[in-house]
Design a binder for this molecule. Structure first.
Ligand SMILES: Cc1cc2nc3c(=O)[nH]c(=O)nc-3n(C[C@H](O)[C@H](O)[C@H](O)COP(=O)(O)OP(=O)(O)OC[C@H]3O[C@@H](n4cnc5c(N)ncnc54)[C@H](O)[C@@H]3O)c2cc1C
Length: 598
């Protein structure tokens, strides 16, 4: 198993030097989030992840969760690690002071989420789901429900879930069958069965708070008739204490490709007591609060997987001796050179490094936008942040998880045949991260959300705020010769992005299938370009640091060299996606469904 070390230096570079978090936090009134505090929290999280969470990753994969008569037991070490996680106050970090949280910024929590997720994807999902549940109750719950449920979720003694999927409906939630019938006391009785519920049942917390979508009899069919409910495993008194068991049970758990230590459950509601949150039939709108938090969390998993795999591959590539370098012997005292001398091994390592570091910058930027959305008092600033988030969330979710998966494949490949052997842990990273491309809306669904709903739905207006930020950056650096290797491609790819958008929009008027045919390639193009912008910005910071004279010269030189690799060897992939978009839907739709044969 590769030994995980949290990339503290790079996290600080992104937060402090690239995104000036000090200024950002002070401006938003996060007085406690001083640089010293941020440093201390990241260092402590790193220590906890490296010493407690990472060591149970492999055993978690081997043992998986076990189900006995409706009770789920997590693998050895998980309960203890979760207790330490709670005792360390980690769940409370970015939660409201009003409910017992520390009131620190969401973006600081996001940095820590990456660390925990790299250390152990399955473990990080347990508290990750609670964040989404909390955000939903806080945004849409009544005061009574907030007081009953939030404090224990904040403390981490209770955990949360998101119950959407049913056996016949995953993407198309409008088909759901779970029903919610009104009781005399104003509560509801929920009946139905949900599948694939992450952390739906386990032994880590005293209670599990399910956030469930269901239909109230008489509501419209389809997605317009969905309402949202809190359904606890144990009922809760008005004061927020646990009372009798609710009619919620875990029917079974799945045996799956990865994240074996996170219980994926069938959850049955047999007239279970639930409480409406938000308005009747507005459940999906409320659920979007949960989904946006969750999508950013899943995008972070892509970065975390790329980083963890990179660390394993890098150590191996420096150690493993095979063949001689094409350009002459590099290790004359050994029987062969370390494989890191070979250009193809470097291609894989640099792909991992450029995606992990570029993705980290994009996620940290998005997390700052979330901070602004939460606490800014300036309506204009808030609206701009929310528009950028709406545009970039599906890009980050789908692009970073697809690239995260690719990077874990490179990790296996760098190890050669040993990468395929479980003992090394590289194949686990690949199996664990595949789910990030699937849950929270598949890559295909994120791409439709981006192109159909957001870009074409707004007639391109949603692009404006982010495009203008990128244009401003290009203009600011127009006279900087050293930056032209980055600025010129951004201008060129950015111009093509605009033209591609207009072309797909025009084609879609004649044939709506053109949208679906273009969508994933369009999203991937957008992702490569977005990451190019963040790599250019990082290169600029590094150049300025080197010009000023700094101690950590090697770090900044590496940033510029990695930026160059990204622009020369990764960004050109976008042209392939543009060509696919250009070729349109015809070849995809030419074969009748009945004529697909084998
Ligand atoms: C390990 C695991 C954990 C999960 N955790 C949770 C959880 O905690 N809570 C929860 O509610 N759910 C959870 N899910 C469910 C997950 O979110 C769904 O599996 C996912 O949304 C896809 O739904 P589906 O599996 O029904 O696939 P389907 O909706 O049947 O889709 C099948 C394929 O068709 C494609 N497709 C469908 N419609 C379209 C379209 N209009 N255009 C283009 N392509 C389309 C999809 O992209 C996909 O490739 C989990 C699933 C797994 C495996």
């Amino acid at each position: 198993m590769p030994e995980y070390k949290a990339p503290i230096r790079d996290i600080k570079f992104v937060m402090q030097e690239l995104l000036n978090c000090d200024n950002h936090y002070q401006k938003l009134g996060y007085e406690d989030a001083s640089l010293d505090m941020v440093d201390a929290i990241i260092s402590e999280a790193a220590k906890f992840a490296e010493q407690v969470v990472a060591p149970i990753n492999q055993i978690g994969d081997e043992q998986g969760c076990t189900w006995t008569d409706g009770e789920v037991t997590t693998p050895d070490g998980f309960k203890d690690a979760y207790q330490q996680y709670v005792a360390g106050g980690w769940p409370t970090l970015a939660q409201s002071v009003e409910f017992g949280g520390q009131g620190l910024p969401h973006s600081l929590n996001t940095a820590i989420t990456e660390i925990f997720s790299s250390a152990n994807h399955s473990f990080a999902m347990y508290p990750g789901l609670s964040h989404g549940a909390l955000a939903t109750i806080e945004a849409h719950g009544s005061e009574q429900l907030k007081n009953q449920f939030i404090p224990k979720l904040v403390a981490g003694s209770w955990t949360g879930t998101m119950c959407l999927t049913e056996s016949h409906c995953g993407t198309d939630l409008g088909m759901l069958r779970t029903k919610a019938e009104l009781n005399d006391d104003g509560s509801y009785s929920l009946t139905g069965s949900k599948i694939f519920i992450s952390a739906g049942e386990h032994d880590l917390s005293d209670n599990i708070v399910h956030i469930v979508i269901a239909r109230i009899p008489g509501s419209p069919a389809g997605s317009k008739g969905i309402s949202l409910f809190i359904v606890p495993k144990f009922n809760v008194t008005d004061d927020g204490d646990i009372s009798e068991r609710n009619a919620v049970s875990c029917g079974s758990i799945e045996h799956k490709m990865g994240i074996n230590a996170n219980a994926t459950c069938v959850i049955n509601f047999d007239g279970a007591k639930g409480y409406l949150i938000g308005e009747i039939n507005r459940g999906l709108n409320c659920m979007f609060t949960f989904m946006n938090v969750a999508r950013l969390g899943v995008a972070t998993e892509g970065v975390a997987a790329a980083e963890a795999s990179f660390q394993g591959a890098l150590a191996y590539a420096k150690d493993r001796l095979q063949m001689r370098s094409l350009s002459g012997v590099k290790n004359p005292n050994g029987p062969a050179d370390a494989i890191i001398v070979h250009p193809d091994v470097r291609r894989m390592l640099l792909t991992q490094k450029s995606i992990a570091e570029g993705g980290r910058a994009l996620i940290a930027y998005l997390a700052q936008l979330v901070d602004i959305g939460h606490v800014s008092t300036c309506e204009e600033e808030k609206a701009a942040a929310e528009t950028k988030l709406a545009l970039l969330t599906p890009i980050a979710k789908a692009f970073l998880t697809e690239l995260g998966l690719e990077c874990t494949g490179h990790g296996v490949q760098v190890f050669g045949g040993h990468g395929f052997i479980k003992e090394w842990g590289m194949e686990q990273l690949m199996r664990d991260t595949k789910i990030s491309c699937l849950y929270e809306g598949t890559t295909g669904i994120q791409a439709l959300d981006l192109l159909a709903r957001k870009i074409l739905g707004s007639k391109g207006k949603i692009l404006k705020a982010f495009a203008s930020e990128v244009t401003t950056f290009c203009l600011e650096n127009a006279d900087d010769d050293a930056m032209q290797e980055f600025i010129q491609p951004i201008k060129s790819f950015g111009g093509d992005w605009q033209k591609m958008t207009e072309k797909v929009g025009a084609r879609a008027i004649k044939n709506p299938d053109e949208i679906g045919a273009a969508s994933v390639d369009y999203l991937m193009y957008s992702g490569y370009l977005t990451l190019a912008y963040f790599w250019a910005k990082m290169a600029k910071v590094a150049q300025d640091k080197l010009a000023e004279g700094c101690e950590d010269e090697a770090f900044y030189q590496a940033k510029i060299k990695t930026a160059r690799f990204y622009f020369q060897r990764i960004l050109p992939r976008a042209k392939g996606h543009a060509a696919c978009v250009e070729n349109g839907a015809q070849s995809m739709m030419a074969l009748d469904a009945d004529d697909f044969s084998f």
